[in-house]
Design a protein around this ligand. Structure first.
Ligand code: MN
Length: 538
């Protein structure tokens, strides 16, 4: 019992960073002693805001933890900073996957090394840690031999700074660098590979026994962008011609026609530019389109002329385009839809003048069941972007309180949306009712900012929290999709903490800049695709 009390106390900091109010289960209550009796250790390579390695040693049923920016090394000549961080629950030891952005420690994690350990010269490692000096032997797949952790100082945030060193013993190896050994001992994968296709998410806001959430077994396919040679061939075409892209022959027309005027001093975007963008962004965009009908907002003569919504597959569409017939189409409604499933399909849509793409929130195999619940913060004429950001923060608070994971996305125009993944089986009636309830409680806290009027001219310039987007064949612009505005602004998923960036703009990223952003910071919404999330009763 004493041990269990100590364990509860040890996890207090971990739990304090998380909110278990809404769950009755005691936090951190899993197994402690393993058969065989050895104490386990794990080192997780964790790319959060900064790369670090988390060294975790089992002590009294929890994982005593140090964050080591340069990682542990076998080189006895190296003394690496190790910041003592809060104990973690044992359940975390085997975790490899993605911690959603905005949650504590958001980023990707691999099990970089693991094995057993034993303290040296003490049988009470907790006391040795409290005294600021622990000597220990590791028996891992990468790390072995005698290490020492010695407390030195506190940093500005009051956290204890320790040094981690390897003794000069038989396991020591001069020049040994952890970054030369980048793969997981659990899966053989790198952080990049895990981030691209995580097997699990860690919901640090849930009790440890429930926090690891498997990512949907329906594997999302992956796509490669065009090669430099393919892009050079596109640039070399005249105003029209055949483009060979990934084994598909595309007939492209009017490639030099301006579709989108520039913003400020920027040159305008031609159809060639849009074809190129769609081909290059396809690996990031197709996961949101595959297996879904898409509604096209077409501007074949450029966005200076009126565009129109186009849903029906055109008669002369190439036979390789995937299509779907909606069995529930009403009389007079579009019946056959394009289902983009390849890089050439996206390039074809650009050539067709489909500047803006809106995928259905349900998949074609279950058109009545949304996989996303959508919050659409739709600003009025009197709404400033600061107001939109404030409203988005209120959405985050509400979702946190409910224990629901979502991700904001700037619209590319003036607003922000929040996308919430849901498990299969909900109807649109259910997601709409849930979103409406949450929206109304948010709106009630800021009545000066929000109007519930249906008609725009009755909203007095206020924001509408538009829960009615949660209906079959109602759609929002695709993540990474272009908006028909000068400069070609793009709708981009962002991390919650980017709301604090004073430079954030709803239309700040464009066709010209979004690929660099994707290369730099990736897509914070991507790990939520296929997440089977329950919407809690309200
Ligand atoms: Mn960490």
């Amino acid at each position: 019992m004493a041990r269990s009390t100590r364990r509860r106390a040890a996890l207090a900091d971990y739990n304090a960073k998380r909110d278990f109010d809404r769950t009755p289960e005691p936090a951190g209550d899993a197994q402690s002693d393993r058969p065989g009796g050895g104490r386990m250790f794990v080192v997780q390579r964790h790319r959060a805001r900064r790369l670090h390695y988390d060294l975790r040693l089992e002590v009294d049923g929890v994982l005593a933890s140090w964050a080591v920016p340069k990682g542990p090394t076998l080189d006895p000549g190296k003394r690496h900073l190790a910041v003592h961080v809060e104990d973690h629950p044992m359940e975390y030891a085997d975790f490899e996957g993605v911690i959603p952005s905005g949650e504590y420690g958001g980023g990707d994690v691999i099990v970089w090394d693991r094995g057993t350990w034993e303290p040296s010269a003490t049988d009470d490692p907790a006391a040795a840690i409290a005294a600021g000096e622990l000597h220990f032997d590791l028996h891992g797949e990468k790390l072995s031999g005698r290490f020492a952790l010695v407390r030195r100082d506190r940093d500005g945030g009051g956290r204890e700074q320790w040094l981690l060193v390897h003794k000069n013993d038989d396991s020591a190896e001069k020049g040994w660098d952890p970054e030369h050994h980048p793969t997981s001992v659990k899966s053989g994968r790198t952080n990049d590979e895990v981030a691209a296709a995580p097997a699990a998410l860690w919901r640090s806001d849930l009790p440890p026994g429930e926090a690891e959430v498997a990512v949907s077994a329906t594997e999302v396919p992956r796509w490669e962008g065009p090669t430099p040679e393919e892009l050079a061939a596109l640039d070399a075409l005249g105003r029209e011609g055949r483009w060979h892209l990934q084994g598909t022959r595309l007939s492209l027309t009017n490639l030099d026609k301006v579709l989108v005027p520039g913003r400020g001093d920027e040159p305008p975007l031609t159809k060639r530019d849009l074809v190129r963008y769609h081909a290059c962004v396809a690996p990031a965009m197709l996961p949101y389109l595959v297996d879904r009908a898409v509604n096209m907002h077409r501007f074949p003569n450029g966005i200076d002329r009126p565009g129109f919504w186009h849903k029906e597959v055109p008669p002369r569409a190439p036979s390789w385009l995937r299509t779907w017939r909606n069995p529930d189409a009403d009389e007079g409604e579009a019946e056959n839809y394009i289902v983009p499933d390849s890089v050439p399909a996206l390039a074809w849509l650009a050539n067709y003048g489909a500047v803006e793409l809106h995928p259905w929130t349900s998949r074609i195999d279950r058109p009545g069941e949304p996989t996303w619940a959508l919050f659409d913060i739709d600003p009025g004429e009197r709404t400033s972007f600061e107001d939109v950001v404030l409203l988005t923060r209120l959405h985050r608070t509400a979702l946190d309180h409910l224990g629901v994971t979502g991700c904001p996305k700037v619209s590319g125009q003036r607003g922000i949306q929040v996308w919430v993944p849901v498990r299969p089986g909900y109807s649109f009636t259910e997601t709409r009712a849930w979103v409406e309830k949450v929206s109304r409680s948010i709106g009630a806290s800021v009545p000066d900012l929000v109007s519930w009027a249906w008609r725009r001219d009755e909203r007095a310039g206020l924001t509408r929290l538009d829960y009615t987007q949660n209906a079959v064949n109602k759609t929002l612009v695709a993540p990474h999709g272009v908006r028909p505005r000068p400069g070609g602004p793009v709708s981009v998923p962002i991390r919650w903490d980017e709301l604090d960036d004073p430079g954030l703009r709803p239309d700040g990223w464009t066709v010209r800049t979004v690929l660099d952003r994707l290369a730099d910071v990736g897509d914070p919404l991507a790990p939520l695709i296929g997440m089977a999330q329950d919407l809690p009763a309200l």
